[in-house]
Design a protein around this ligand. Structure first.
Ligand code: HEM
Length: 203
């Protein structure tokens, strides 16, 4: 179970890394974000890869909850606590985020592109929910990897021990979170959401 969780975790992490890079590309403007998403969709939005991706995520959720139930009784160090709680948040986030994307795609027949994610982030009072919702997901992703890294890594890198490297990964996560919100809101000026996406924000 643990080994399976580790390897499907690596597969999912590759998708999430590309997906977060896609959100970062919004720093270059909305058309750039949409162009990048259309390119990477060629890899993950085909029935073969998407089925494997969603299957791996389902396995990650089930195995993750099992690991959470055993680990929560023995967690001690800060990174052990980060590992279990970031894992639990990712389980909840995956459930709601993927359900939302599939509802947007198949029920509302929306192109789940930039505006699908940006609608809630740029609209008050929805952003009171969506900013912490997405922010915690990005931080949990980096936190979960940092915690695993702090345990698996045995050697120094740039004079940093495994704990120092793990803290650097969390630092990178905080920077990426701020930059993604900067790009998704046009440098915090706010972005007009096309009428078609109004259904997502009660319009
Ligand atoms: C600001 C942060 C984020 C935004 C705005 C966002 C937005 C989106 C959008 C628009 C889609 C639909 C993509 C498409 O139709 O091709 C999507 C899909 C998805 N996102 Fe996110 N996402 C964010 C963060 C995350 C994070 C942190 C994770 C994982 C921890 C994640 C996991 C996924 C997954 C698994 C899919 C489904 C891919 C598919 O099957 O099409 N997302 N997201």
């Amino acid at each position: 179970m643990k080994k399976g969780h580790y390897f499907s975790g690596i597969f999912i992490a590759v998708f999430i890394a590309v997906h977060l890079l896609n959100q970062l590309v919004s720093l270059g403007g909305v058309p750039e974000h949409i162009k990048f998403m259309e390119t990477v969709r060629l890899f993950y939005r085909n029935i073969f890869i998407e089925t494997i991706l969603l299957g791996a995520i389902l396995f990650q959720i089930i195995s993750g909850l099992k690991l959470f139930r055993t680990k929560i009784k023995t967690v001690d160090t800060p990174f052990e606590k980060i590992q279990v709680w970031s894992g639990l948040y990712l389980v909840v986030f995956f459930f709601f985020h993927i359900s939302a994307v599939m509802t947007g795609r198949y029920l509302f027949h929306l192109d789940t592109n930039f505006y699908f994610g940006a609608a809630g982030i740029n609209t008050f009072p929805f952003n009171l929910f969506f900013v912490p919702y997405y922010g915690l997901a990005i931080l949990s992703f980096f936190g979960h990897i940092a915690a695993a890294h702090s345990k698996k890594m045995k050697s120094d890198f740039l004079n940093l021990g495994p704990q120092g490297q793990a803290r650097a990964i969390i630092g990178l996560g905080i920077l990426v979170t701020i930059l993604i919100f900067c790009g998704m809101t046009d440098y915090f000026k706010g972005i007009n959401i096309p009428e078609a996406y109004g259904v997502l924000i009660g319009k």
